[in-house]
Write a protein that binds this ligand. Sequence first.
Ligand code: T1G
Length: 685
Amino acid sequence: MSPISTKKHGDILIVTSNNPPVNALGIAVREGLVAAIGEADGDETVKAVVIICQSQTFFAGADITEFGKPMMLPMLPTVVDIIENCTKPVVAAIHGTAFGGGLEVALASHYRAAVPTAKLGVPEVKLGLLPGAGGTQRLPRVAGVEKALEMAATGNPIGATEAHALGLVDRLIEGDLEQHAVAFAEEVRSIRPIPKSSERDEKLTAARANPQVFADFRKANARKFRGFDAPEKNIQAIEAAVAKPYAEGVLDERRLFMELMTGRQARAQQYFFFAERKAAKIEGVPEETRAREIKRVGVIGAGTMGGGISMNFLSAGIPVTIVEMQQEALDRGTGVIRKNYEATAAKGRMTADQVTGAMGLLTPTLKLEDLADCDLIIEAVFENMDVKKEIFGKLDTICKSGAILASNTSYLNVDEIAASTSRPGDVVGLHFFSPANVMKLLEVVRGAKTDPEVLVTAMQLAKKIKKVAVVAGVCHGFIGNRMLMPRQVEAMRMLIEGATPEQIDRVHVEFGMPMGPFQMSDLAGVDIGWHRDPTRIENIRDALCAVDRWGQKKGAGFYDYDEKRNPSPSPVVQGIIEDFRAKAGVEKREISDQEIIERTLYTMVNEGAKILEEGMAQRASDIDVVWVYGYGWPVYRGGPMHWADSEGLDKIVQGLRNQEARLGPDFSLAKLLVSKAEAGEKLTR
Ligand code: T1G
């Protein structure tokens, strides 16, 4: 049964797609569309056509599950040309998300009608691609070059109202979409010639006269596009649209599309698309498990983490009661929340009313007892097990039955915390990443006794506060921080052996990380976890902290910082490193960039494999989601586990064996990694 059906309404042929969940333009849909246009062309009683979709959205693009498989004809470029060359006017009736190939179908249609809530976009660049069915040639002709550049190179959609203002949408529809789209089709059915997007030129002339627009766009986005292949190719395709006639420009588009489609980055980003969606699925929990209702949230601690965590819920319209021990700390914490919101409003990303609304949902208190009616309580106090156990013990007596008790610990044993209550089933770890109101990742730490309802609630709530949640088991540092440790340890070791902070950080930045281990330490604070005793100097970090080099906040850490926080190599740090080298009796030696990769990234992969072996992560792709959203691992490398697979596990194992002597007594190769390498298998499959 084809997902495409047709029916006549007067002399209008309504072509309906019903291919849930997102009307992806798979082969059956493509075949159905071609047949429907053929029917319209062949039936002289048909004066116009409406293309509309059922379920949540208009076509959300090509079917990504078909990528990498043998091509099935007709391909989408052919389908959109058939639509554009239909002898009757075609109206695209848009709701939900007209994305990628979906927008290309709409652009090939002669008119576009949309409900105001609809979104229109070409997110292909987020899959390492570009719009490959005429989108890079038709979009600039209809929406203008600047907007097309922005939409294609960033992949960010626009709303229907803005699209209407641009002329990308011809009619905004309030009320029943099909009914009004049919009325619109009746209005245009006799208009000749039929307007074809590919034949328009009026919106290209300005850019043709001033090609500087492309150089300016590249310059303005250089930092954002660093390391990615696809944005540049999207720009080149739109340059071709301006410089060449449609028939030639579309050939450039095809060539550039195939160059991307056959590349490693596209494979990694498409892998990541599905990895992100798989992470939401909890293994071993029945589908029908229902979530608990979360109407009010309690947050303990109004420091950096407590404040950021609270903002997530306030921004989602969920009231928050925030608790502190001292009035001064409480005032400081709520003050920072208001300042952050006002800063967002100053950038035009929130209205003053929205700031007032969010702050109006916040109830500050010094009394833990005020959390009695909360449905979820998140403890965000400093990392000390005794303090946390004391708090959870108190919460156990205060909180209502069914309330979820969560800890924002970054490392500590959630089962031990849970054991300090009489309701360990209601205890879970919710590990936010700093700044908690910005970072998308949330590690949901599943305790040995955590109730399935609590897990399902946490995962659904994460989506509501726009977080990407990943389930982690109880182990030191869970998934992300546990893998970070071998990287940091080896980075510190190589300083003693001869590398410099600048060299190690350069290797990571060239790899695609936003920053290296030492820049990250300076940003987060070299003093995090420091024992605070300046007389006790056991390692380089102690030595830095003892001389007040706590990082950017002190203007000095592993680097010196100027007033604009630009880092520069520090002779003081070099001196401290040389002292430790001398004390350790280590001979300085040349350390290659490859050795740095093997000792900092291969060891992370190895730790990831151990996390999988122990069942501390549900699947390898979850580990990749953690690292992309929590630590800035470049998405065009898919994540550490996907990257290891694409490098070849045998190469990773060999690299680790090469370094084994230097990796210290605690290092051991993960059995899973070795067995997969020997079997020629992959971690992510
Ligand atoms: N193909 C196949 N499956 C898709 C899909 C697609 N395009 N989009 C979504 N799904 C699946 C998804 O895996 C999930 O499955 C379910 O649908 C619900 O998705 C030639 C080459 C539309 C905004 O990049 O951005 O067109 O996990 O959980 O939060 O130029 O899905 O339930 O088994 O994300 O409501 C361009 C991708 C393709 C859009 C809905 N299009 N999709 O979000 O649901 S390339 C895109 C999305 C292209 C042409 C080129 C979102 C959404 P499961 P979901 P959602």
